[in-house]
Ligand binder design. Sequence first.
Ligand SMILES: Nc1ncnc2c1ncn2[C@@H]1O[C@H](COP(=O)(O)OP(=O)(O)O)[C@@H](O)[C@H]1O
Ligand SMILES: [Mg+2]
Length: 361
Amino acid sequence: MNGARVELRSICKKYDDACVLQPLDLVVEQGEFFALLGPSGSGKSTLLGTIAGFIPPSSGEVVVNGDDITGVPPHRRNLGMVFQNYSLFPYLTVYRNIAFPLEMRRVRPKEIKQAVARVLDMVQLSHMADRLPAQLSGGQQQRVALARAAVYDPPLLLMDEPLGALDKNLREDLQQEIREFHRKVGATIIYVTHDQYEAAAMADRLAILRNGRIEQCGSPHHLYNHPGNSFVAGFLGEANLFEITSKQEGIENGNADVIAETRQGVRLIAARSPQDDAAIAYIRPESIVINPSSSATLANVHDAIVDDIVNSGGSLRYRLRVTDNCVLTARKPNDRSIADLPLGEKVRCAWDSKEVVFVPR
Ligand SMILES: Nc1ncnc2c1ncn2[C@@H]1O[C@H](COP(=O)(O)OP(=O)(O)O)[C@@H](O)[C@H]1O
Ligand SMILES: [Mg+2]
């Protein structure tokens, strides 16, 4: 089976006077795993609802495989949905829950049996076919919901924060499972989440929403390395953001550079770039070197106090106070070469001029 190509043309949604979706355009390609990422209230569920058909857009068109389906009711759209709260039928067994959409479609019993067995196998729950939802864990219930959404082979699967109710470890396991599931079924998946790590880990491409607008669209790698504005830079991954108050050109170490004064009071030395007239500059936490060796030639060097250190498994996150107005976040891999730094320790923090990136506000 092939996935559907979904095209949104000038989709807009208004409730009374409130414009919840600004006119927006989006193309999700056949078979893509596409994430809608944004803070709570940014319009993700509303946008998904317009694709599913239970929220009629105020204007614009939803086009699937070239057909305008804007007026088609949800049950005729040939898509599967998975929500955060599983929405399984509590009095039906796992088997009957998954068979239900096929029974509604009057599929022959023999085919129902085959189809249910196939998806149960995909989500590794064949041995639990006779249980009731209440006899399953949250993760297992969500796998049943996934199997039910996919049992009639829809070319499009819509998922709205499907892992939102699960704890962190289980969530990571299921992220992996849903990705494998996607590869097996080949359907296009549009996946809503507010969790940047989940979106970056799962999606081929994603759109970042804010206030009903798509701020930027692209692969996680592209958005992380080429954010179009300061919101995207700060929302996908962490960023130390600086507001530029004035700028001049200068020569540092024989290179033509930009010297920028910031509202935080810290002067930034940046490499020349096409975007260097933008209003905001950012530095990624992993670009900041703590106590650089004396032979390092980093253009920006500042004294700082270690305010806090958070050990988050694979990495250490430092809060470095350069001044009371400027506290930077730095991140290092948590390997054995890292010397312990006591809180309150005076350190030097430094970064290369190329690590100062300018973006529009
Ligand atoms: N039925 C409705 N009537 C009025 N406003 C709504 C309705 N549904 C959602 N909204 C508003 O639309 C905005 C986007 O909501 P939603 O799409 O649920 O955001 P998200 O899923 O990103 O958290 C919110 O400000 C919400 O309050
Ligand atoms: Mg939502």
